[in-house]
Design a protein around this ligand. Structure first.
Ligand code: GAF
Length: 393
């Protein structure tokens, strides 16, 4: 993430092109760009068939691609010295290609499994989406590769099916049990809008989110917290939610409303499960309330909902860490209208809704609070809702 200035990635597409022509001695047939994302609100609701409200960031991953004879895929990345090269045998064995190349092989696997004839290809990747910061660098890579392969092969791949295929790559090939939010965000978001997604039927509404007109900004703060046990903790939260839905006799926690919550909690066996359920049920309602306020143009009023979401993640879902709690507290103390951790948790980023003229002061206050506690200095970025995945001219 670029420290303390608005995001700009003027050269990421050029880097992908240069990586391609240097690596393969020809020009690419095209370039495809997919953004990172932040989630405005609605955390750990996606795999509970609930609601989320992400928007795309101006930070992008670009894949330059061209054809390769046969069913063979060669991938170069600016973060790796050597290319990853695989054929059908590796693509058809989930987990066989590991590391960043696994996300590419996973997309080939998911497409082949769905019956598509995936064209052999050479690819070169460049990215401004920071890795491991919870801004969906993996979904951006999956989306850019999926779109590139679909275009190169002339595959008839309806836009609405693409998020599930990209998610399948991550769940089935890489082995991460994530929900549908990140792939939907990077593939379906529109500039100037947040994406209101119903994760049960995947219907979407593009909600205007004009921060400039409201005199506001979203400050994204990378907590720099080392990710500890993230995969195991994510899987255990998901399993707890699924167990609770079983105990309550509903298909998913989405089917418990705030009005039903007290009765539902009374039927659960232990305090931890009750708190997990309370987070999901109240978080779904907070997404709906946020959408109502945005539809009414009452943008500043979403602040308290963001802060309540953070408290729920901290106290009920227990997925925050001292660095993110510190960033949220310092941002609020410096005048942010609302602040919350965004993404899966245990580190990653915090977003703060601030008056446009308070952005620098809030960033400075967070840095000071970090220095006082001896944490690694955070980086910040001012985020405006950007477009989803596109083919570049
Ligand atoms: C991660 C996952 F990939 C998403 O599916 C979602 O569950 C999120 O954590 C939490 O809201 O980003």
């Amino acid at each position: 993430m670029t420290p303390d200035r608005p995001a700009a990635a003027p050269d990421v597409a050029d880097r992908a092109t240069a990586g391609f022509s240097r690596g393969y001695d020809v020009q690419p047939a095209g370039r495809w760009a997919a953004p990172g994302r932040v989630n405005l609100i609605g955390e750990h609701t996606d795999y509970n068939d609930g609601f989320v409200l992400p928007f795309a960031l101006p930070l992008r991953t670009v894949v330059a691609a061209g054809p390769q004879p046969g069913e063979r895929w060669t991938v170069r990345s600016e973060i790796a010295d050597r290319p990853v090269d695989f054929g059908v045998a590796e693509a058809d064995s989930p987990g066989r290609v590991t590391g960043w190349g696994g996300y590419v092989a996973g997309v080939v696997w998911a497409l082949r499994e769905a019956g598509y004839a995936v064209p052999g290809a050479r690819l070169a990747i460049a990215s401004d989406v920071p890795l491991g910061s919870g801004l969906s660098s993996s979904a951006a890579l999956e989306a850019a590769v999926l779109t590139a392969l679909a275009d190169l092969g002339g595959l008839d791949l309806p836009a609405a099916h693409r998020p599930r295929l990209a998610q399948r790559a991550e769940n089935g090939y890489v082995g991460a049990p994530t929900g549908i939010m990140d792939q939907s965000a990077v593939l379906r978001c529109r500039a100037g809008h947040a994406l209101f997604l119903d994760c049960r039927d995947e219907s979407v509404e593009h909600i205007p989110f004009d921060l400039d007109a409201a005199g506001l900004a979203i400050l994204v703060i990378d907590s720099r917290a080392p990710h500890r046990h993230v995969d195991g903790e994510y899987a255990s939260r998901r399993a707890a939610c699924e167990r609770a839905a079983d105990l309550l006799g509903v298909p998913a926690l989405r089917d418990v409303s705030v009005a039903d919550l007290d009765a539902a909690l009374g039927r659960l066996p232990d305090d931890e499960t009750r708190r997990r359920v309370r987070h999901v049920v109240t978080e779904n309602q907070r997404v709906l309330d946020t959408v109502e306020l945005l539809r009414a143009g009452r943008v500043p009023e979403i602040g308290p909902l963001l802060t309540a979401s953070h408290a729920s993640m901290r106290d009920d879902f227990e997925i925050t860490v001292p660095e993110v709690d510190t960033a949220v507290e310092a941002a609020l103390a410096a005048g942010a209208l609302g602040a919350r951790m965004t993404g899966g948790g245990f580190g990653g980023c915090v977003l703060a809704l601030v008056g446009a003229d308070r952005s620098d002061a809030v960033a400075t206050a967070v840095r000071a609070a970090y220095a006082e506690r001896g944490f690694t200095a955070p980086t910040t970025l001012s985020a405006l809702p950007a477009p989803g995945t596109t083919r570049l001219p």
